[in-house]
Design a protein around this ligand. Sequence first.
Ligand SMILES: [Zn+2]
Length: 204
Amino acid sequence: MNFSSKLLEQAVAEFGRLPGVGQKTALRLVLHLLKQPQADVERFTTALDRLKREIRYCVTCYNISDNAICEICASHKRDKGLVCVVEDTRDVMAIENTNQYHGVYHVLGGLISPMDGVGPSDLQIDSLIRRIEAGGVQEVILALSATMEGDTTIFYLYKKLKDFGVQISTIARGIAFGGELEYVDEVTLGRSIATRVPYERNIA
Ligand SMILES: [Zn+2]
């Protein structure tokens, strides 16, 4: 693309770095922003700037939070003995949308993926183990996607957690849905959590 302005080119290049945004879309978005009132554009950039500077991760579950302890962990209505392990905050949002889960979460921040250079130490796995060692957890639900990375991570976590005397369950995967939790409809996701099965049964 030949740009008439360096500023325009830079802005398009930044938008083009976003996932799923090609050069044409980036240009369309930038030209749209350029037409907006100054105050609107400033609100947009301030939101992004504050997001990156001020966002925090819950010290207990590592979900994205505005406070040191997220609203879910802080709630007295949640069962702290039931911990649902998920890949990222999108899964927390998907499960919360079912309105059927009353436990708490542990957000790994990714899945084990040797191909991408992601190992256990890159994820919130040690913190999960410490959380279980601290006591009070009766059951851990491994709600990870039905992918090779999801399976690898589940097996790794099972090996790490099996001797702590907690129930380890997985949700029904791969039949009603074939991908990431965020794309599963709420009824199916709610049902699969309610009908979770002990992990040992799966590997027998
Ligand atoms: Zn939390």
